[in-house]
Design a protein. Structure first.
Length: 379
């Protein structure tokens, strides 16, 4: 038996509602007492007399409290100060359950006096922030880029536990600066007559490099002509064309003879009409103009301190601009439909060299940016 789309939709909505209205019993059975408590409280908000939800809440809440308190008692914060995070999370779960129960009169009839550990949670959060901050300071003292990245994440986490903890905002900025690889991008080497097009495509490349954060949060790119006194680069990104041709023009012409028979009606002297056939002929010339631009871009990433080439690759690009039109001599009626359309077209001037260069760079751009993304992802 097939279900039509309307019945299927209704069934899906019903299943969704049933799922959303869970009493938390399944979570209780699998030992997730915290989740079971929250689901039972939510169910009681919608249905205050729901038997399953009442039973679930009565069992799950006290087990969840005991489970989380056990975590706070057994974790060793002297050996591993970062355990304060798990302690803070445990107190937070207890307090969240209590807050949710207090917002539900039906739940309060089951758990009449939910416990609160707000002071303990605040203390644990401060201890967690302190532990993360100290780990960040220790990592920064190792004075390597990789350790600066670790320090950055420690400081960010400290700020999440306690917003504005000590001078963590300054530490985050300092750590990120130390962790960031700085790449100085040299101008693409092209003849001066293409500098406008070069500047346009280079800005497109830079926009990708500095906004596409899938690449790496710890790599920044700088254009050398915008930061002429920049002296702290870790790497140089150099681009130049091994082959470069823009605006090479090719023309082709092909002439064919078109012959056809055309019928027409003529009136005779006696007033009658007669159909006669005329043979018509035309010489049709098809014109094609191609403007070809191509190049091979050489890209190198060079270590600024050792001048060692870290990556080198070459990216080909080509763009062909076409213009086609037709001309004829003779009787136009001999031409076929395609030829008649072609003679309506007029030859036009090719785009300026700057535009041709931009088009030539498009296939290069896609290769270049994808490979840059892959290369810098590991940094």
């Amino acid at each position: 038996m097939k279900l039509d789309s309307t019945k299927f939709l209704h069934l899906f909505i019903l299943l969704f509602i049933i799922s959303a209205c869970s009493s938390g019993k399944k979570a209780l059975q699998r030992g997730d007492y915290y989740d079971a408590t929250l689901k039972a409280v939510e169910r009681l908000r919608q249905s205050p007399n729901n038997k399953k939800a009442r039973q679930t809440l009565g069992e799950a809440y006290y087990r969840a409290v005991e489970e989380n308190l056990r975590t706070t008692r057994t974790l060793d914060t002297k050996i591993n100060p970062l355990n304060w995070e798990k302690i803070a999370e445990s107190y937070g779960r207890i307090n969240t359950m209590g807050d949710e129960i207090r917002r539900s009169p039906a739940a309060l009839r089951i758990v009449k006096n939910p416990t609160s550990y707000l002071g303990e949670e605040i203390k644990a959060k401060n201890k967690a922030a302190e532990a993360r901050y100290n780990e960040g300071v220790k990592a920064m003292a190792l004075n390597t880029r990789e350790d600066a990245k670790k320090a950055y994440y420690h400081f960010v986490k400290a700020d999440e536990w306690v917003k504005g903890y000590k001078d963590v905002a300054t530490q985050i900025t300092t750590a990120r600066e130390a962790a960031t690889l700085k790449v100085l991008v040299q101008p693409i080497q092209v003849p001066n007559s293409f500098s406008v097009g070069r500047d346009f495509v280079q800005s497109q490349v830079m926009e990708y490099l500095n906004t596409n954060r899938r690449m790496n949060d710890f790599v920044d790119f700088y254009l050398s002509w915008e930061t002429p006194n920049y002296c702290c680069a870790d790497q140089y990104l150099m681009m130049s064309f091994d082959q470069f041709t823009v605006g090479q023009v090719f023309q082709k012409e092909k002439t064919t003879t078109a012959v056809d028979s055309v019928r027409r009606s003529v009136r005779l002297d006696d007033g009658s009409s007669k159909t006669i056939t005329d043979a018509v002929k035309a010489d049709y010339t098809h014109h094609e103009q191609y403007v070809v631009s191509n190049g091979l871009l050489d890209v190198r990433v060079v270590d600024a301190k050792t001048n060692r080439i870290l990556m080198q690759d070459k990216y080909p690009g080509e763009f062909v601009w076409r213009n086609e039109w037709g001309t004829y001599q003779g009787d136009k009626r001999a031409l076929d439909d395609k030829q008649k359309e072609a003679i309506k077209v007029r030859p036009v001037a090719p785009p300026p060299p700057q535009d041709l260069f931009v088009e030539l760079f498009k296939p290069i751009y896609s290769q270049l940016t994808e490979n840059m993304r892959r290369f810098y992802r590991s940094y």
